[in-house]
Design a protein around this ligand. Sequence first.
Ligand code: OXD
Length: 299
Amino acid sequence: MKVLLLTHPMPASPYGTALLEALPDVTAVEYTPQLGDAELAEVDAVLAWSFPPGVAGRLKRLRWVCAVSAGVDKLLVPELHPDVPVSRIVDPEQGQGIAQFVALMALRHARQLPLYERQARDHQWRRHPVAAVRSTVLVLGTGAMGSAVADMLRSVGFDVRGWSRQQGGALDDALAAADIVVCALPLTPQTHGLLDARRLACMRKGAYLINIARGHHVVEADLVDAVRSGHLAGAALDVQQQEPLPPDHPLWGVEGITITPHIAAQSSVDTIATQFVAGLRCLLRGEPPPQQVDRQRGY
Ligand code: OXD
């Protein structure tokens, strides 16, 4: 069996080492643009973050794609044969890490930390009325990530509501009832650009957005306008449409917008390698690999 490692921007070598230890008969090849059609045509399984353009269609023998992530949006490319199963990593620790990050950003906003940080820079010791944390948070997405986020936010005093496309309910009304909105949705054609100027305008004046899902859920130029105009207090964006975010991107330097480089939580190399090896063992036994996504739904 031949495996292609397409984990860029994460290094592929730790996965190669883990595979060699667990399944010495499996050949692992790191992707480079120099790989020819003949080599790609022999690949049975892929461990990947995303497909470079044109690669998926050249994997003629492909039997399984395993994402290195929980989200598989970058792998469901049109050239991927419709019968190839796609699996994701299921990692409760990642859910916990993401929930911690969201709680950090939600509390930072609700407890007015940016104001005190600004004052401290000016050496000003000035108290303002302290509001108990009772803000209403709307979590978009009620899957594994959304549920972990909601549980943690509740435990620190927020009034938490959830919304998902499947459960339905009027999104505009839900947005209008929240002080903080957290995006934990899968990225699909239906959720792409969901948070555009119209939806951001539905949010309360002074509300705050936290995105730990995918950059393409948010129309970034509309968000910049909503924050610059003072309609929204700001946003914490751990994900952006273009990653790495270029140094001259308009999202940088907007007062109220905090950018972090997709670090809310990552699965460890060990977790990813263990789940990938378990899936390969299934393939070798002729069984379907676990943790498959519904390719039609996109998650
Ligand atoms: C993921 C991510 O989907 O890290 O796992 O964004």
